[in-house]
Design a protein around this ligand. Structure first.
Ligand code: ZN
Length: 211
């Protein structure tokens, strides 16, 4: 794990303090951090003056070498791809050649990507499922789906999503067989990605692929 000590000033009481900012992690070597990464506590800083907690936005590379994926959390990133940092290419524990490489520009997406990819699902298909479900919901109920977030499930198990409408939210359960059917219908439309960069895969990515 690579970290830097960073000086921080509390925006509320202006007390100064410091935090060890982690830049990247090979999660299977540091499983003790997993829970805090998934809860967000890992990224928080508690002000020594007023005890207020703040979420510190910094780029963070999450590497799961067993499930062969990396999620590069780059807060507020607005582009669709990012080249592999040259430092990572030289490190054997970061096997970028045989890993799925994704970008997450916000924390919710970061956690969602980890959940999807560690459950063995193909996130391109999961995004397609979301797109189809959102369109169907809109047609049937005239409600616009603002967001759909994968919450759990996986191979041979129902997929569970939090669905957010304008003034309502609920859980949607989608059978694994529907995921399989979506994969059979759509995966041939998705061109092979080169493993040479990190990319954003979301519903927009699916639309771009289909157009
Ligand atoms: Zn403070």
């Amino acid at each position: 794990m690579k970290s830097n000590i960073t000086e921080l000033i509390c925006p509320k009481c202006e007390a100064t303090g410091s935090k060890e900012i982690q830049k990247r992690i090979c999660i299977h070597e540091h499983m003790d951090f997993k829970q805090d990464i998934m809860s967000g506590a890992f990224f928080e800083w508690e002000c020594p003056g007023c005890s207020e907690r703040f979420f510190i936005k910094n780029p963070f590379l999450y590497n799961d070498s067993e499930n062969r994926f990396m999620v590069y959390y780059i807060p507020d990133f607005e582009e669709r791809s990012h080249k592999i940092p040259s430092l990572i290419k030289t490190k054997s524990e970061y096997d970028t050649d045989s890993s799925t490489l994704r970008i997450a520009a916000d924390y919710v997406t970061f956690v969602e990507k980890i959940r999807i990819l560690e459950s063995g699902l193909d996130d391109r298909i999961v995004e397609t499922v979301k797109l189809l479900y959102s369109k169907l919901t809109q047609q049937e109920t005239n409600n616009l789906v603002y967001s759909m977030v994968f919450e759990g499930g996986g191979v041979n198990d129902d997929l569970r999503f939090a669905v957010f409408l304008k003034d309502n939210d609920f859980e949607a359960v989608i059978p694994y067989t529907l995921y399989e059917k979506t994969r059979d219908d759509f995966s041939h439309l998705f061109t092979d990605e080169t493993a040479e960069q990190f990319i954003v895969v979301d519903q927009q990515w699916v639309l771009d692929m289909l157009s």
